[in-house]
Design a protein around this ligand. Structure first.
Ligand code: NAI
Length: 249
């Protein structure tokens, strides 16, 4: 028996990076995987690869989010694991003095409001089942100030952290665990995009990573699989750091 045997897992942002690596890992551990993403081509390819279901969803749209969980329930019979992970990187100059209101709002919408919508609409399924694991992707930047200014992004991830903590406490006695995942820098298209805009950013960042390298998405996926599984049965409302030691330095 595998750790996630026959658990139904919905992964937002499952077409790329951390979400894609987690879709693969969940499937290896026996889960039935629903890949939800804006990107239809990559999303379908990911779902096909893991033998799962693709749902095109914009996680900032409430009707897309409700349809995504309804599709999971209809196809596989339950929603046991929600990995609320879709997100976007900061706008180009994300300092408090430069970031415009539209850019600020867009980052909050994709990175934070989406997590509110996903939690709001998945918890009723989990309540009915009396069981569930929610993992919300925050970031190490939610716990510490970054020298590279990314105020809208950092604020959005701080919101994810605080919301996850509160939901973890609120629903603990109903068998629903809610944890915030705080990855350090991970070698994904999102990070590559940031480095392409500012090539010296990689070197600046690396100085602060005690292990001396960026994470691979598979290393984050391993932590998500653990949090999703019953091995983490006493872990809820946590800030789960997978950051190569950054926040400890
Ligand atoms: P990625 O860019 O490789 O993947 C993000 C996925 O989210 C893409 O497939 C994209 O199509 C999807 N997406 C974006 N907006 C969406 C929307 N409105 N609706 C549905 N899907 C949408 O990024 P990566 O690096 O895998 O990031 C995943 C999460 O991890 C994000 O929340 C990010 O903020 C967070 N994170 C990433 C770190 C890194 O260094 N890569 C570090 C810490 C946190």
């Amino acid at each position: 028996m595998q750790r996630l045997q026959d658990r139904v897992a919905v992964i937002t942002g499952g077409a790329s990076g951390i979400g894609l690596a987690t879709a693969r890992r969940f499937a290896q551990e026996g889960a039935k995987v629903v890949v939800a993403d804006l990107d239809e081509t990559a999303g379908k390819a990911a779902a096909d690869e893991v033998g799962g279901l693709f749902v095109r969803a914009d996680v900032t749209r409430e009707d897309d989010v409700t349809a995504m969980y309804a599709a999971a329930k209809e196809t596989y019979g339950s929603v046991d694991i929600a990995f609320n992970n879709a997100g976007i990187s900061p706008p180009d100059d994300d300092s408090i003095l430069e970031t415009g209101l539209d850019a600020w709002r867009r980052v909050q919408e994709v990175n934070l409001t989406s997590v509110y919508l996903c939690c709001k609409h998945v918890i009723p399924y989990m309540r009915t089942q009396g069981k569930g694991s929610i993992i919300n992707t925050a970031s190490f930047v939610a716990r510490m100030g970054a020298a590279t200014s990314q105020i809208s992004y950092t604020a959005s991830k701080g919101g994810v952290l605080a919301m996850s903590r509160e939901l973890g406490v609120q629903f603990a006695r109903e068998g629903i665990r809610v944890n915030a995942l705080c990855p350090g820098p991970v070698n994904t298209p999102l990070l590559q995009e940031l480095f392409a805009k500012d090539p010296e950013r990689a070197a600046r960042r690396l100085v602060h990573v005690p292990v001396g390298r960026f994470a691979e998405a598979t290393e984050i996926a391993a932590a998500v699989a653990f949090l999703a599984s019953d091995d983490a049965s006493f872990i809820t409302a946590s800030e789960f750091l997978v950051d190569g030691g950054i926040s400890g330095a």
